[in-house]
Design a protein around this ligand. Sequence first.
Ligand SMILES: C[S@@+](CC[C@H](N)C(=O)[O-])C[C@H]1O[C@@H](n2cnc3c(N)ncnc32)[C@H](O)[C@@H]1O
Length: 125
Amino acid sequence: MSLPPMPRGAVTDDIERRVIGADFGADGYTTLAQADDLAAHLDLRPGRRLLDLGSGRGWPGLYLAARTGCAVVLADLPGDGLGIAALRAVREGLDTRCAVIAATGQHLPFAAETFDAVGHADVMC
Ligand SMILES: C[S@@+](CC[C@H](N)C(=O)[O-])C[C@H]1O[C@@H](n2cnc3c(N)ncnc32)[C@H](O)[C@@H]1O
């Protein structure tokens, strides 16, 4: 089965790489260096479970999963962003460690202590 192309543009990808250092379709100001700091502060590694709240198109949650080997759940409301993130997870072979869910921070369908770490980059809940 062939996957559809990522719905991105060369110009926007280039701008994003120059500004934050990555091309995830970010909708905020978290840089690659800051995402790496986050990985260290949250002690992300294989076996750890991260909730990325307000995940948008998967920045930085997908990057953190790829970089550290942790599992990640991406939670947000807009379906288009979640769809793009899910597609990227499949394309990058992260889909066994990544799930997307349409949910708000106010109503999360998870039991207490489901996650080892929670991140929310450029999100004001
Ligand atoms: C500025 S964007 C940042 C997206 C992504 N984290 C990034 O850095 O590219 C803020 C995101 O937070 C989401 N958001 C805002 N309030 C939220 C809430 N209460 N629960 C879940 N997501 C929320 C929005 O839908 C939006 O996708």
